[in-house]
Design a protein around this ligand. Structure first.
Ligand code: ADP
Ligand code: MG
Length: 705
């Protein structure tokens, strides 16, 4: 490690690869800078003239930092980011070349939309799709072996105008939320606020494993998770990995990650070892939703790219290993104004903070009314393995407000007498320790949607998922409630009385969604069923929410998804679910047939020779013979399970065109068949001489033994 990297102060290079406000102020003519700021601030379209000047400044800046290429960087509906690099090179008459980048190239790119999921919105022969510059998320430079590339965050839509990405609906949902939150702010006499946004901070969990182990396992490479693996002697029962000191390899990786992200303006803040062996977490400081969503994609990309340089593979799959925790992504979310207010900040006395209570009630009503939708926002083939598995929230949506805030809400709703909340001093029993107050409520790790002081933390998201989709849903359902409240208050003769009635109504009709207890317990599952809260167990069940007429109407009304776009999302969700499960099933059958079965057979041959050898000298061993019999019968059942699974894959292939039927078949038939094959194979793994096992085991991958 050079002294230079050791001592370089991050303040000197934070954001140096971002075309941010500082750079624009410096490099753009004053009037262009002002016009651009105004367009972005007020959500107005950009003129071609502004774009031309900005493009030129952006190109000069990028080239001065070594860039040779640019790319429109977007988020199609396959869950990844997409980029097509174009060089700035343009030949000129005398044989040389110039570096060229125009306003047109900045604003609009064209791509083949038919190779990205479109849910039937685009047929193969109608391929045109457009990427369009999103000036609200700054362009940045990516450094890798390709050199330096200028990345321009863009939206992606079809030639016919429908959104084919995650960004566009997110931006539309913020527009809806902004409109109705502003109405409410005005009603509370707040006329200074010009824009309302959400603030989002996404905590990212991931696994790091040895790259050689990773490459030796087809399941990890092709599906992101282990499809086989007997339980190792040690898992996470000692909780000795959580917050443990970092080993040198991981520490070096994390250092490079921090530096790479800081350069790109991502404020990576916390890093630590997580509960499962080889599991880690990174959290940036929150920012505006659109930027947070882009940055989370960038974080995932960077984690995977940098890991390879350290001879590691970064796994973002929600459940790479059985028997230990999977990885999630906590989406911290609040509603904020352009003049610095957090509308979910209770302040010192929530009883006197009607605005806070009304916004809080809007969230409560939205979540209860659309619990199913929030569930869909976290649904995927991979996240299905986590939810409800005593390591992540259950599939039932509830809100944890904490006892003090629940009491406050109840007292206001019922107009009950109340005392002031008193602050409790923490008593450590050691006089030299600093004195401090306890937080007003404890943490609740088991709640899917928890109020954490001045924001909500949505804990169901999976580690590999984009946060855009969940935030789009969250913003839209809250916009609907804010709209309803604003309409009631605008028409009210007695403003304070109407506020009281709104709070009482929310308490009466929606407080069933509030639950402060243990979300992992069986009692809660029973209680939730009594309260009538939906329990959508898997993606196929959850996805049906998207075709409910009220839901389609909701997104259409708030201009977030029109009817076709929503139908497409539903179709894409099932299609991706099916594809992923079928890839897993085929990988599993192939590994079983071509790697594991032959290895077990080889061991069996050796074991049979040993039995024969001892028999030949009149020393037959009972235990050897029993073991051989047991192995043979397990191997035969393994073979039967391979045949059954292969047969089911064939049947699924035959119904692929019907996405609904095929997804249901995958959930109901393929997954159980995969499970059967795994159970018998894992038993065999635990009996076979480890020298014969052809792929790295859980102990090897997780503990290097
Ligand atoms: P914990 O693990 O206790 O939940 P972390 O520090 O790991 O806490 O992550 C908390 C996340 O919440 C960070 O990304 C932080 O920036 C974010 N956050 C804090 N305040 C807000 C807020 N008002 N709105 C949105 N996100 C916030
Ligand atoms: Mg955390």
């Amino acid at each position: 490690m050079s002294l230079e990297t050791k001592t370089r102060n991050p303040v000197e290079y934070f954001g140096e690869n971002v075309f941010d406000d500082r750079v624009m102020r410096e490099r753009l003519p004053k009037e262009t800078y002002r016009a651009l700021k105004q367009c972005v601030g007020e959500g107005l379209p950009l003129t071609a003239k502004i774009a031309e000047v900005v493009a030129n400044a952006m190109k000069d800046w990028a080239i001065s930092k070594g860039a040779t290429h640019y790319t429109h960087w977007f988020q199609p509906l396959n869950g990844f980011t997409a980029e097509k690099h174009e060089s700035f090179i343009s030949p000129i008459d005398n044989g040389g070349a110039i570096m060229e980048f125009s306003g047109k190239m900045l604003i609009k790119g064209e791509s083949d939309a038919s190779s990205f999921p479109s849910g039937g919105l685009r047929a193969v022969f109608e391929a045109r799709g457009y990427t369009m510059w999103d000036p609200t998320s700054p362009a940045f430079l990516k450094e890798d072996r390709a050199g330096v590339t200028l990345c321009i965050p863009t939206a992606f839509c079809a030639w016919s105008g429908e959104a084919l990405d995650e960004k566009t609906p997110l931006l539309r949902s913020v527009k809806a939320l902004n409109k109705h939150a502003l109405r409410l702010c005005r009603l509370f006499g707040d006329h200074d606020v010009k824009q309302v946004h959400t603030s989002v901070g996404a905590e990212q969990e991931y696994f790091l494993i040895d790259l050689d182990h990773y490459r030796q396992r087809k399941d990890l490479v092709l599906t992101g998770r282990t499809l086989f693996g007997a339980k190792p002697s040690k898992t996470q029962e000692m909780s000795d990995h959580y917050y443990a000191g970092l080993n040198e390899q991981v520490a070096g990786f994390m250092k490079e990650i921090d530096e790479a992200l800081w350069k790109m303006g991502v404020s990576a803040k916390t890093k630590h070892n997580e509960a499962a062996p080889c599991q880690h977490e990174l959290a940036p400081i929150f920012s505006v939703e659109n930027i947070s969503a882009d940055q989370n994609q960038l974080i995932m990309e960077t984690l995977q790219r940098v890991a390879l340089k350290h001879n590691l593979a970064c796994l973002l799959h929600e459940k790479p290993f059985e028997y230990i925790n999977g990885s999630g992504k906590h989406n911290n979310w609040s509603i904020t104004t352009d003049n610095g207010q957090n509308l979910l900040e209770p302040g010192d006395n929530p009883y006197d903070n009607a605005k806070f209570v009304v916004f809080l009630c809007a969230v409560i009503q939205a979540i209860d009314k659309h619990a199913g939708l929030l569930r869909v926002s976290a649904a995927s083939a991979s996240n299905d393995h986590r939810l409800g598995g005593y390591e992540a929230p259950p599939a039932v949506i509830s809100i944890c407000l904490g006892e003090p805030l629940s009491d406050i809400l109840k007292n206001i709703a019922c107009q009950a007498e109340h005392g002031e909340e008193s602050k409790r001093m923490l008593d450590f029993g050691v006089p030299t320790m600093p004195q401090m107050y306890a937080d007003s409520c404890d943490r609740n790790r088991t709640s899917p949607f928890a109020f954490t002081g001045n924001k909500f933390e949505f804990r169901m998201l999976g580690s590999s998922q984009t946060i855009s989709w969940a935030n789009t849903i969250l913003n839209t359902i809250v916009a609907e409630t804010l709209d309803e409240f604003a309409t009631r208050l605008e028409g009210a003769e007695d403003f304070d009385g109407e506020i009281q009635r709104i709070i009482a109504d929310v308490y009466e009709n929606h407080s069933r969604v509030i639950f402060n207890g243990n979300g992992y317990s069986q009692e809660w599952m029973e209680e939730a069923a009594r309260r009538g809260l939906p329990n959508l167990k898997n993606t196929v069940e959850a996805a049906k929410e998207l075709i409910r007429p009220e839901v389609v109407e909701l997104f259409d009304k708030y201009d977030v998804y029109d009817r076709q776009e929503m139908a497409a999302r539903y179709d894409i969700m099932l299609d991706i679910y099916t594809r992923r499960i079928l890839i897993e099933a085929r990988t599993m059958a192939e590994m079983a047939r071509t790697q594991l079965y032959p290895a077990i057979s080889r061991y069996l041959t050796e074991a049979a020779q040993a039995v024969k050898a001892l028999g030949d000298i009149g020393k037959a061993s009972r235990s050897q013979q029993d073991k051989l019999d047991c192995l043979i019968s397990l191997l035969d059942s393994m073979d039967e399970d391979i045949v059954l699974l292969t047969d089911k894959i064939g049947r699924a292939d035959g119904m692929k065109k019907d996405h609904e039927a095929c997804a249901a078949f995958c959930a109901g038939e393929i997954l159980p068949a995969m499970n059967d094959l795994r159970v018998v194979t894992d038993r065999l793994e635990s009996m076979v001489d480890s020298r014969f096992w052809p792929i790295p085991t859980y102990s090897e991958i997780l503990f290097n033994v």
